[in-house]
Design a protein around this ligand. Structure first.
Ligand SMILES: [Zn+2]
Length: 255
């Protein structure tokens, strides 16, 4: 039975998402920005919370853990490299580890840069990825603890997932990201088409995620730092991709 997901807003612009395994009844919350919205979805779906899979230590991804753990006695899985900064961790994981949610299996991918221990979860059989604040739709997370080369390497790993992988990220930033992306690639037709789709979704108060890896490869400038036209657009033709990435990230920081 395929996995089910339920996406919902938390805090101001965070997303919460629950991953449900109909075969076993297990349900994981990917991060826990706050407990209230998670409880509402559990009540509406009748799902039972068995696990919390944490991507990184930031408070807007972990603040709901104590309340949810206290109530549901769920297992908290967190990145090994920053587990000491995350409350009530039961199990620590890193690159290549497998995390099971009922009968569902996710592979852990180290994706440092936004934070040093940031991880993503990829479920190959479901073609689903949970990427926290590493990759956003048409954007990427700020490089807060790591450096641009590290972040670029992490993004390349996520870019290497199958094109039809649907990924869930931690925030709804797509419309703003598209405005910026157009300053880098004003003639990117796939990006222009995506902009129209996103405009309609936003007008209808619908989420713009999940997006697919395949679409992002064509439209997200942060995944395209090794495309010659993109390097040229930021005045860095012939430079290593991570330097092009660093320049795009810097421009976005100031945008
Ligand atoms: Zn974060």
């Amino acid at each position: 039975m395929p996995a089910q997901t339920n996406l919902f807003r938390c805090l101001t612009d965070n997303y919460g998402v629950l991953l449900h395994d109909p075969a076993s009844g297990a349900t994981a919350s990917i991060d826990a920005p706050e407990a209230g919205p998670v409880e509402q979805v559990l009540a509406a779906t009748g799902w039972r919370l068995t696990d919390i899979l944490v991507t990184h230590h930031h408070g807007d991804h972990t603040a709901g853990i104590p309340e949810l753990k206290h109530k549901h006695k769920c297992r908290v899985v967190a990145p090994r490299k920053e587990a000491q900064r995350i409350p009530l961790v039961d199990e620590t994981v890193g690159e290549g580890d497998t995390v099971r949610v009922g009968s569902l299996a996710g592979r852990v991918i180290d994706t440092p840069g936004h934070t040093l221990g940031h991880i993503s979860y990829f479920l190959p059989a479901e073609k689903l990825a949970f990427v926290g604040d590493t990759l956003f739709s048409i954007g990427c997370g700020r490089v807060i603890e790591g450096n641009p080369e590290m972040m670029w390497t992490s993004l390349v790993k996520l870019r290497g997932l199958p094109d039809d992988t649907r990924f869930y990220c931690g925030h709804e930033y797509t419309a703003a990201n598209i405005r910026f992306a157009k300053t880098i690639e004003p003639n990117n037709k796939a990006l222009a088409a995506r902009a129209q789709q996103v405009e309609k979704l936003v007008a209808a108060h619908q989420p713009t995620i999940p997006a697919t890896i395949g679409a992002e490869k064509a439209e997200n400038p942060f995944l395209r730092a090794d495309v010659a036209e993109v390097a040229q657009a930021v005045g860095l033709a012939g430079s290593p991709a991570w330097k092009v990435f660093a320049e795009i990230r810097e421009r976005k920081n100031k945008y």
